[in-house]
Design a protein around this ligand. Structure first.
Ligand code: NAP
Length: 244
């Protein structure tokens, strides 16, 4: 019986690449999206083209009720969830003092509470089957802190603390929890950055290239595999060696 993975924010960017990479290794995929239904359906078609089982599920990860309903639906469709990748995220550039309370709460709600909502909903099933893998997608800014992305950095730093603590709590149940911390990756999320900003970042990357979604997907694939069976509570930085 193939494993089942839920990838949040799998309609675009890094999440889409993770979904495809895990599908290629024979894992059934639950594709979560919030607003990009057309793109989510494209991912579904690509996975079906690989002769792999998949389905799409709409839910805003920051909404506990929507998440709970989605998890019940996935468990009923696939039987269980072995892997949850908390990838859904949003970013916003601007001064901390200019950020509205609503935008601040949304940033924390999607990037941090979203991962907590998903993890809380999948854990009873994982504890029941005595195994599971949770991967949280943080950011180099969660490790280092970024000016003009203060709340984003705080949410991503929170994910690192969440990873380390949850790994200790659920390790005895056979569940591993790890974090992947991407550097600068070529997705829609960075489309707001000017060419000059991207050049400035590139100059700080020893491997001399911007990362691809596949770079992150390969790290996730490793962490959920048996090759990483003794790794939990860790942060794997996938950033080309960027000096932060
Ligand atoms: P992206 O291209 O903007 O894609 C974001 C994804 O998250 C989309 O699939 C989007 O789905 C989904 N999403 C957003 N809000 C959601 C919500 N409330 N509920 C469910 N899904 C939601 O971004 P990306 O670059 O692939 O980023 C993926 C993750 O990597 C994020 O957590 C991001 O913070 C992190 N990261 C990215 C970089 C980078 O340089 N790109 C660096 C470090 C960390 P819909 O369009 O369907 O709403």
């Amino acid at each position: 019986m193939s494993k089942v993975a839920l990838i949040t924010g799998a309609s675009r960017g890094i999440g889409r690449s993770i979904a495809l990479e895990l599908a290629k290794s024979g894992i059934s995929i639950a594709i979560n999206y919030n607003s990009s239904e057309k793109q989510a359906k494209e991912v579904l078609d690509q996975i079906k083209g690989l002769n792999q089982n998949a389905n799409i599920y709409k839910a805003d990860v920051s909404n506990e009720v929507e998440v709970s309903e989605m998890i019940h639906k996935i468990e009923s469709d696939f039987g269980r969830i072995d892997i949850a990748v908390n990838n859904a995220g949003i970013s916003q550039i601007g001064l901390f003092t200019d950020m509205t309370t609503k935008d601040r709460d949304r940033m924390i709600g999607v990037n941090l509470i979203g991962a907590m909502n998903i993890s809380k909903a999948v854990l009873p099933g994982m504890i029941h089957i005595k195994h599971g893998n949770i991967i949280n997608i943080s950011s180099m800014w969660g490790e280092a802190g970024a000016s003009c992305e203060v709340v984003y950095s705080a949410a991503k730093a929170g994910l690192i603390g969440f990873t380390k603590a949850l790994a200790k709590e659920v390790g005895p149940s056979g569940i591993r929890v790890n974090c992947v911390s991407p550097g600068v990756i070529d997705t829609d999320m960075n489309s707001e950055l000017s060419k000059a900003d991207m050049k400035e970042l590139l100059d700080e990357i020893p491997l001399d290239r911007i990362g691809t979604p596949k770079d992150i997907a390969k790290a996730v694939k490793f962490l959920v595999s048996d090759r990483a069976s003794y790794i939990t509570g860790q942060v794997l930085s996938v950033n080309g060696g960027i000096i932060i």
